[in-house]
Design a protein around this ligand. Structure first.
Ligand SMILES: Cc1ncc(COP(=O)(O)O)c(C=O)c1O
Length: 365
């Protein structure tokens, strides 16, 4: 008997999440030094972790024999103070991805629906499939999310609506007006999840915490993986009304976030200089890349976060050719976007290498 006959049925339909190709794996395959590889594939911080976080984490290693504070008391307090909410509004996850999983455990049963948009961050669909739930994807003409279509797609079985803002991989942003109009019409029996992994890169970010202060059934996801530069530590969080975080706490393991990550995140949150510099480097790099794509006549979707989605004709072919030149980008075939690749903004040196390599690969120059 195959073990698949014993496993939960829905797992047969579940695709495995395909992360950005790791530097070490690429270096091994090409037989080169890992330090020569440029990775622009996972929207990480091009400047690395906050130096303050590194210092705090080195000191915290001395206590690695002790279990972490399962409630994340000090980090939740620090996040709450920064966002002017209460610590009861905050729940930590091993990456914001883990909080997405809490939402599945808390609210989904086989036969339910979740709604998101076409080309949305793929983890929502993977979650829904794992829980035996249907994903309704509303059309995104011009790669823009249409919240009117989201409202029209609501059924009696809809439990969760996922709104990534900005979305990954398209990089598009929904403005405040569209969010407010959507929130004035969405039924309160549905949990609305605003995934704001790239919030800190925005100049004029929409305010969704207002819905939480109004005690709406809203969850806002944020992460330390992006601007804070701690992707390897797996730490993120959600902000929600206290009764909603109370439900989510029931679904998590007692020690879901490790002690080193907690200490690093507290220091990173406070490192305004690192945040400012990262935002500056990313804004400059994004402008440079978009300018170069215009000059090279390579279509792209104007980006709000630290990555740009670019139409290169054959995404997989260009991914492989860039790989040969020691540059890792992200092909988007798995998103139903076979012509496109997603390119994270790197340091200016990395961006220039990428542009030179794209010139060779696409135009043969
Ligand atoms: C929209 C979006 N949400 C969530 C995440 C996951 O972040 P984390 O590392 O906190 O799990 C990502 C990472 O790429 C993302 O793009």
């Amino acid at each position: 008997m195959s073990v698949w006959e014993l496993a939960n049925r829905q797992l047969r339909d579940l695709a495995v999440y395909e992360p950005g190709k790791p530097i070490e794996e690429t270096a091994r395959e090409l037989g080169v030094d890992p330090s020569t590889i440029v990775k622009l594939a996972s929207n990480e911080n091009p400047l690395g972790p906050s130096p303050k976080a590194l210092e705090a984490m080195r000191a915290a290693l001395e206590h690695a024999h002790l279990y972490p504070d399962g409630s994340g008391f000090y980090l939740r307090k620090a996040i709450a103070a920064k966002l002017t909410v209460a610590p009861e509004n905050v729940i930590l996850g091993s990456g914001s991805n883990e909080v997405i999983e809490f939402l599945g455990h808390a609210f989904l049963n086989p036969g339910d629906d979740v709604i998101t948009c076409q080309y949305a961050f793929i983890v929502y669909k993977l979650l829904a499939t794992a829980f035996g739930v249907r994903t309704i994807e509303t059309p995104s003409p011009d790669y823009q999310q249409n919240l009117g279509a989201t409202l029209d797609a609501i059924t009696s079985k809809t439990r969760l609506i996922f709104i990534p803002n900005p979305n990954n991989p398209t990089g598009t942003l929904i403005p405040q007006r569209a969010i407010d109009s959507f929130m004035s019409r969405v039924p309160d029996r549905i949990i609305v999840v605003f995934d704001e992994a790239y919030f800190e890169f925005l100049n004029d970010p929409p305010d969704t915490l207002r819905f939480i202060r109004d005690r709406r059934n809203v969850v806002v996801l944020r992460t330390f993986s992006k601007i804070h530069g701690l992707a390897g530590l797996r730490i993120g969080y959600a902000i929600a009304p206290p009764d909603l975080t109370e439900v989510l706490h029931k679904t998590r393991q007692a020690f879901n976030v490790n002690s080193i990550a907690q200490v690093g995140a507290i220091a990173a949150l406070d490192d305004e200089a690192h945040l400012r510099e990262t935002k500056r480097v990313v804004a400059e790099g994004r402008a440079y890349l978009q300018e170069q794509f215009c000059t090279m006549q390579i279509p792209f979707v104007p980006a709000a976060a630290n990555f740009v989605m670019v139409n290169v004709g054959d995404g997989c072919a260009v991914f492989h050719k860039l790989l040969q030149r020691k540059i890792i980008v992200r092909p988007l075939k798995g998103y139903g976007l076979p012509e496109w690749v997603r390119i994270s903004v790197g340091t200016m040196e990395e961006n220039k290498k990428l542009i030179a390599a794209m010139g060779e690969v696409i135009w043969g120059r």
